[in-house]
Design a protein around this ligand. Structure first.
Ligand code: ATP
Length: 590
């Protein structure tokens, strides 16, 4: 097929503003496409050369592309740059300057789609020393034979700016019309796409095997499945109604979603957007090799950054360190992750997406070997809105974003690529900075692990309730301590160590070591949240609920000048919580 036939269609597609017309043009184009290269034509039309999950991208920088245009057109660099700043579109620059080409090259011949595609592949795959120069040379070679119109589209494709407005979904429409006999077949095509994330592959199967072939497309290791997504609601009763009165509620971890494909010892990790992110997580690869007890499997989990000494969850932002290529090894060391598995889509030849959630969860329990850094998402079955609410507050308090409520029963399959009511997220609906620090009393401690073994890993902190003269707990703090603090805390606290919870301490938490309330520390956190565990402000805002501090951190200040009764009071915390809410009502956009 000549490349000019393709670009003729591109011009027409670009000119239309009607989706129906665009689909019709695509149908015509696909009908004319030779079956053996239909996948390539589809990739090119959406501005790519491979499916995104391969990670191989064209993305030639404009500067490099301009150099190729300069060489191919024989114009001065200054002129090329001026035209570029005037037109703002490298494709138009190429089109215009090649029209001015004075000498027709001897090699001029009509370009074919295959030829252009192969050159683009070479450009994408050129790496290492001399790669830039090679890319320019290949591009110049292509431009030598290209008409101005072809040059326009070649330049737009290599720089990643084709932008015809054709989405994968529009291609699916066209394929369903052409090979499925019409709109009724759309669902089958969409399912095939959702299971493979590869629009070129779907086109190839459609042309070679028709609708039957499309229906037979199977989930495959190595091809990411488009993720099942959740709807959102903000009331526990409404959610419960929506899922039919019974559900499984899981922590909604605040990390990075991973779809993990394992085949023997090979592990690939795909992101929520189906990018291959395996190189960012060599530690996860190892964990999966050691702890997933199936030869072949596709599983989903959330990877959460954790504080290495205490194992506590950290905010999502801490995973950003993984995005810096050169610092991966440092990031693994300083920002380890814990994995929380919440679904399984495939095991040893068996497609589990058509199985109900309860069944999938059972299989997950069998094939994931729980360890220090590897777990299943924390989950409870419930049929009461109070139970749901309680679990939600617990989740927020330990650093999660909220919960994901999942429907039960036969219908509750894994709906790839769909945002539906089988999963409903219930997130904390406010976000505000905790501006003031608080002074809290140490009432208990937890043994440290790893580098903190033999010391305290975290402390249980309480506020003061002057009316009842008790110390209700507010948080467990493990962050903000220097090595020196960790070294000296056991001896400072030794004097107030007791064998059981102090009679004036109220908490739903079991500490490893208990103290008489004496030492006051200054703490800052992200916000004040509701809690089913901590007892400050118990039953004041809500029944069977207290207040807690989310992401608490020691500021470094020992308030030796304060007696425990001078600590922040429960009423102050309630006030802080209420003013947080007020702030949100006043600034709904925040
Ligand atoms: P959000 O920004 O709220 O995470 P999203 O569009 O990425 O939204 P949604 O489907 O709306 O995704 O919400 C579910 C997301 O929550 C998943 O993509 C996943 O990353 C995350 N998550 C955390 N814990 C769980 C869990 N136990 N089950 C399912 N998803 C979970």
């Amino acid at each position: 097929m000549h490349f000019s036939q393709l670009t003729d269609y591109y011009e027409k597609i670009e000119a239309t503003t009607s989706r129906i017309e665009m689909t019709n043009l695509l149908v015509e184009l696909l009908k004319k496409s030779p079956p053996e290269i239909i996948d390539k034509i589809v990739y090119l039309t959406v501005g790519e050369i491979y499916p995104p999950f391969t990670g191989i991208e064209l993305g030639v920088a404009d500067k490099l592309a301009l150099r190729a245009v300069k060489l191919a057109s024989g114009q001065h660099e200054k002129f090329v740059k001026e035209e570029y700043s005037r037109l703002g579109d490298i494709g138009l620059v190429a089109e215009k300057l090649l029209q001015k080409r004075s000498q027709i090259t001897l090699h001029m011949h009509e370009l074919t789609v295959q030829e252009v595609y192969q050159s683009l592949e070479k450009i994408a795959r050129a790496v290492g020393e001399g790669a830039m120069e090679m890319k320019v040379q290949i591009l110049v070679g292509l431009l030598a034979s290209a008409t101005p119109k072809e040059a326009k589209y070649i330049l737009r494709i290599v720089t990643g700016k084709l932008r015809l407005g054709v989405a994968d979904m529009t291609i699916l429409d066209a394929l369903a019309i052409l090979y499925g006999g019409g709109k009724e077949a759309r669902e089958s095509f969409e399912r095939a796409y959702n299971l493979t994330s590869d629009i070129g592959y779907v086109a190839k199967i459609a042309v070679s095997e028709g609708l039957e072939g499309i229906k037979n497309i199977k989930i495959t290791i190595g091809r990411p499945v488009r993720p099942m997504l959740a709807e959102r609601l903000s009331s526990a009763t409404e959610i419960l109604d929506k899922v039919g009165g019974k559900c499984i509620v899981e922590y909604k971890y605040d990390g990075e979603r991973m779809q993990i494909h394992k085949k023997g010892g090979d592990v690939i990790i795909f992101s929520r957007r189906q990018e291959n992110i395996t190189s960012q997580y060599p530690d996860v690869v190892k964990l999966v090799q050691e702890s997933v007890l199936a030869d072949e499997a596709i599983l989903e989990c959330e990877a959460v950054a954790i504080e290495k000494e205490t194992g506590e969850m950290l905010p999502f932002q801490e995973l950003m360190h993984r995005k810096r290529k050169h610092e991966i090894h440092k990031a693994i060391e300083e920002y380890p992750v814990s994995l929380y598995f919440f679904d399984v889509l495939y095991v040893d030849g068996r497609d589990l997406t058509i199985e109900p959630l309860e069944q999938r969860r059972k299989i997950l329990e069998k094939i994931v070997k729980i360890g220090e850094r590897i777990n299943l998402s924390k989950a409870v079955y419930t049929d009461s809105s109070e139970g749901l609410e309680r679990f939600f507050h617990e989740a927020v308090e330990v650093g999660c974003e909220g919960v994901v409520v999942k429907a039960l029963g036969k219908e509750a399959i894994y709906r790839a690529g769909a945002r539906g009511w089988l999963w409903i997220k219930y997130k904390r609906d406010y976000k505000s900075e905790m501006i003031d620090t608080v002074d809290l009393v140490v009432v208990g401690a937890f043994h440290g692990r790893g580098r903190r073994s033999g010391k305290y890993g975290a402390l249980l902190m309480a506020a003061y309730d002057p009316e009842k003269d008790v110390f209700p707990s507010v948080c467990k703090v493990g962050s903000g301590f220097t090595d020196e603090d960790l070294e000296k805390l056991p001896s400072i606290l030794e004097q107030c160590k007791i064998h059981h919870r102090h009679a004036r301490v109220e908490t739903g938490m079991e500490a490893d070591v208990w103290f008489e309330p004496r030492l006051v520390l200054e703490i800052i956190g992200a916000e004040i949240t509701l809690s089913p565990i901590h007892r400050a402000g118990w039953n004041v805002i809500k029944e069977n609920t207290g207040l807690a501090i989310r992401f608490p951190r020691f500021t470094g200040k020992y308030r030796l000048d304060k007696s425990p009764e001078d600590a922040t009071t429960v009423n102050e915390l309630i006030e802080m919580y209420n003013s947080q809410l007020k702030k949100i009502v006043e600034t709904p956009s925040s």
